[in-house]
Design a protein around this ligand. Structure first.
Ligand SMILES: C[S@@+](CC[C@H](N)C(=O)[O-])C[C@H]1O[C@@H](n2cnc3c(N)ncnc32)[C@H](O)[C@@H]1O
Length: 268
């Protein structure tokens, strides 16, 4: 890209661009590809993880609009625009749905226009922000303008919490965000795990960390406690993302291929 924002450092890998590579997208640079290839060398199932996680995101958004009646989304850790972004899925069910996207990768900002193609009846906005600073997210003018905090909001943290180390207090960040939302709001979250392939997961963690990307994999109990304490989990609860309200009757991948848990819960 010729018009990269000045704060995009392409000499270092970034999780948004590595994920884009795993999904078969085009928005990555040599450093991202190199680190992603190193991850795949030890854990080739990462491709399945990325695909199944993205499919979970789509099903969760559809559920939230079509069945839970939610019309507003705050999607933190958006990733680079790809097919079936949150507003694409939500507005296909209800064109009036409103979505604010937030990501800490400045490259996502460069692509934000693709994220801002709302249906005329709805709204979309994008902010560059960090999940570790939830107060800044809540105070952002775009968030206040687009979302009505007197009505339910679905907070989305899909495949992002494993980039927040315990020392950066991910539970407190979620609590701050959820405290700002009214009863009847939802949290949809997913999290990569090392439970099923411990050796490969340890290698993946080393690869990310040695290239400067923090990564902390958690097991299903740790994820459930971190994300959903105090919320009412929607059935089937915290399960492998591939097992969360699957569509169709085709075969689904094995746990050791998926390596990612997901869930959706309602704020009482
Ligand atoms: C694996 S992608 C997930 C994208 C999308 N949510 C999905 O599940 O398809 C993780 C995203 O989280 C973003 N991210 C990582 N750490 C973050 C942080 N501390 N604050 C905000 N975004 C972050 C990355 O830039 C990347 O876009």
């Amino acid at each position: 890209m010729s018009d990269l924002p000045p704060d995009v450092d392409i000499s270092r890998p970034h999780p948004a661009r590595m994920y884009d590579f795993f999904l078969g997208g085009k928005n990555h640079f040599a450093a991202d590809r190199q680190t992603a290839q190193a991850v795949l060398a030890n854990a080739p199932t990462t491709l399945v993880t990325a695909r199944e996680n993205r499919a979970f995101l789509g099903r969760a958004v559809r559920y939230l609009v079509a069945e839970a009646g939610v019309r507003q989304f705050l999607d933190i850790g958006t990733g680079l625009p790809t097919t079936a972004n949150v507003h694409d899925v939500a507005q296909a069910v209800d064109p009036s749905a409103r979505v604010v996207y937030a990501d800490n990768d400045p490259l996502v900002l460069a692509h934000a226009r693709a994220l801002l193609t709302s249906s005329p009846a709805g709204r979309t906005a994008y902010i560059q922000a960090d999940l570790r600073d939830p107060a800044a997210i809540l105070a952002a003018p775009a968030v206040r303008e687009v979302l009505d905090f007197s009505q339910p909001v679905a907070l989305m943290t899909v495949a992002v919490l494993h980039f927040i180390l315990d020392e950066h207090k991910p539970a407190a960040a979620l609590a701050t965000l959820l405290d700002a939302l009214p009863s009847g709001s939802y949290l949809a979250a997913s999290h990569v795990t090392g439970e099923h392939l411990p050796a490969e997961a340890a290698a993946t963690t080393r690869t990310y960390r040695s290239s400067g990307v923090p990564l902390q994999l958690r097991d299903s109990d740790e994820f459930a406690r971190l994300a959903f304490a105090g919320l009412d989990l929607v059935p089937p609860g915290v399960v492998l993302v591939s097992e969360w309200r699957p569509e169709g009757s085709g075969p689904r991948p094995a746990p050791a291929e998926v390596n990612c848990y997901g869930g959706v819960a309602r704020k009482p």
